[in-house]
Design a binder for this molecule. Structure first.
Ligand code: HEM
Length: 538
């Protein structure tokens, strides 16, 4: 058994299928021995003590005892679907990635998620949503592990444990932020003002999507595309839902929360089952790969920044269609392992310090979550391209590797006859110049502006969206026990916009402070508003 017994669609074949089918005319134990009874323990007489020698009882209960694996440390609650991505070929001039060539179809698995709740939490909470896509390309797996919000709370991955500790349920009572105590979340985001932009998106209607089918998705970081001649282009990835972007209003979200905590996962599965396949157009914003990696004064390595679509239009390059529900939630949705470092030739990373930390974190956490280093062999994670690595052994190894010399070159197994990295089809890191520098623990000055982009977002909102934002801040901040945190939050809002600050201050019955920074002179970006969005254009 092993990866070579998987069909190109990832389904087990042959002996593997027989082993995993769980069907047949009689029941067996895990070793294939036919059982006579699975409903009664072996006892000393019908009313006597249960015997320790009941090996069937022990095997059955032992296995049940270990059915649960650790939930994801973030994004624990999710729903997944299979689908297909068809490329328009419109990116072929900027990337050599084969799956982005014209008319190529690539199988995908997508997992949507909330961030903070546990596996059994509700769907319609105010939170960021994950939008993670696994492309099973002919050149290996490419994962785009994005969110429905185009910016992030922090600029450096070293703060990720801190922001998550601040936002997860309170350590003493395990009460989620969104229901009672809110102090640690608001304490963090007001002391780390780089979080202002993401928080504002969360407090907007984007924080409570109507459906996974009506969410945008964003790769957040700036990535680097590499063309066939080795030329590079900086890029931001976008998903645009064919159904448009729609949200719940807060009262709806609250009611749905109680009536149907599975609202979003039910909606996704029902739509696919009914043949109303959700679709997203894949789009890119491209920027010249200049040495300073900025565009129109925006630092492209700062993940708290977006680039307004009016400055860099999103060009459609393909269509994602979700058309098949998982047949087993655990095997697929729970065991899928995304990783921003799963890249294919033609797509490379940048030096965004948040992305660098992610490149470590996902693989690391999956060793714990999926029980060892062999999770790439789990069917949903298996590449559809041939795998010829030199990895061996380890927990949950299911392949029986042949040969005696898992190293190269060697003189025993035919010498491992391939030339690594020499041709265009191989993954070669873009030869980006690393500046001569001194080691430091500090952020660049270009990461210092925490208020211009939130101000642009606020100024881009329609009146009803502004009303919802003011309502959300007022509701959430009213749940803080500490008055000083509410006051600090109002100071942050004053630095975004006086109208926003005054609205929330009135709701909280507190005075509105004056801004402590000059208000940025930024133009609204109509594409940021959900009202009157023009995408898709056809
Ligand atoms: C999980 C997105 C930042 C660590 C996820 C998932 C998504 C996501 C969508 C769920 C994947 C799934 O459905 O299985 C993002 C985005 C980020 C970001 C868009 C910023 C732009 C970070 C950072 C770290 C991190 C900075 C750590 C330094 C994790 C971990 C998981 C996770 C440990 C759980 C993975 C697993 O158990 O398989 N993230 N994340 N994330 N993220 Fe992030």
């Amino acid at each position: 058994t092993g990866p070579d017994t998987v069909s190109p669609t990832g389904q087990p074949t042959g002996a593997d299928q027989a082993r995993t089918a769980q069907s047949g005319s009689y029941l067996t134990n895990a070793q294939g021995t036919r059982l006579s009874d699975t409903d009664h323990s072996l006892k000393a007489g019908p009313r006597g003590p249960v015997l320790l020698q009941d090996h069937h009882l022990r095997e059955k209960v032992m296995h049940f005892d270990h059915e649960r694996i650790p939930e994801r440390v973030v994004h624990a609650r999710g729903a997944g679907a299979h689908g297909v991505f068809r490329s328009y070929g419109a990116a072929a001039n900027v990337t050599k990635a084969a799956f982005l060539s014209e008319d190529v179809e690539t199988p995908v698995f997508v997992r949507f998620s909330t961030v903070l709740g546990s596996r059994g939490s509700s769907d319609t909470v105010r939170d960021t949503r994950g939008f993670a896509t696994k492309f099973y390309t002919s050149e290996g797996v490419f994962d785009l592990v994005g969110n429905n919000i185009p910016v992030f709370f922090i600029q450096d991955a070293i703060k990720f444990p801190d922001v998550v500790h601040a936002a997860k349920p309170h350590p003493d009572r395990e009460i989620p932020q969104a229901q009672s105590a809110h102090d640690t979340f608001w304490d963090f985001v007001t002391l780390h003002t780089e979080a202002t932009h993401h928080t504002l998106w969360n407090m907007s209607d984007r924080g409570i999507p109507r459906s996974y089918r009506t969410m945008e998705g964003f790769g957040v970081h700036t990535f680097r595309l590499v063309d066939a001649a080795g030329g590079t282009t900086l890029v931001k990835f976008h998903w645009k839902p064919r159904l448009g972007v729609h949200s719940l209003v807060w009262e709806e979200a609250q009611i749905v929360n109680g009536v149907d905590p599975d609202f979003h996962r039910r909606d996704l599965a029902d739509a696919i089952e009914a043949g109303a396949y959700p679709e997203w157009e894949f789009g890119i914003q491209t920027f010249p790969d200049t040495p300073d990696q900025t565009f129109e004064g925006i630092d492209l390595l700062d993940p708290t920044n977006l680039v307004p679509e009016e400055l860099a239009p999103v060009q459609p390059i393909g269509l994602l269609t979700l058309n098949r529900n998982p047949s087993n939630f655990f095997a697929e949705t729970e065991q899928v392992a995304f990783h921003p470092g799963h890249l294919v030739p033609g797509i490379d990373i940048t030096d965004d310090p948040l992305l660098s930390g992610r490149l470590f974190s996902y693989l690391d956490t999956q060793i714990t979550r999926l029980g060892g280093p062999n999770f790439a062999q789990i069917p949903v994670n298996r590449p559809h391209a041939p795998v010829n690595d030199m990895l061996r052994d380890g927990m949950h190894q299911t392949a029986v590797h042949r040969g005696v010399a898992p190293y190269r070159p060697n003189s025993l197994d035919g010498g491992c006859p391939f030339t690594a990295g020499a041709d265009l089809a191989a993954y070669v890191e873009a030869p980006v110049r690393v500046p001569e520098a001194t080691k430091v623990r500090e952020a660049p000055a270009s990461f210092d502006d925490h208020f211009s982009q939130p101000r642009r977002f606020w100024l881009s909102m329609s009146p009803v969206e502004r009303e919802h934002i003011i309502g959300a801040y007022t509701f959430e901040l009213a749940k803080c026990y500490e008055q000083s945190i509410r006051e600090r939050a109002l100071q942050v809002l004053a630095n975004i916009d006086p109208e926003l600050c005054a609205g929330v201050a009135t709701g909280l019955g507190l005075p509105a402070p004056r801004p402590t920074v000059p208000l940025a002179d930024v133009a609204p970006s109509p594409a940021l508003s959900q009202v009157g969005r023009t995408w898709p254009t056809d």
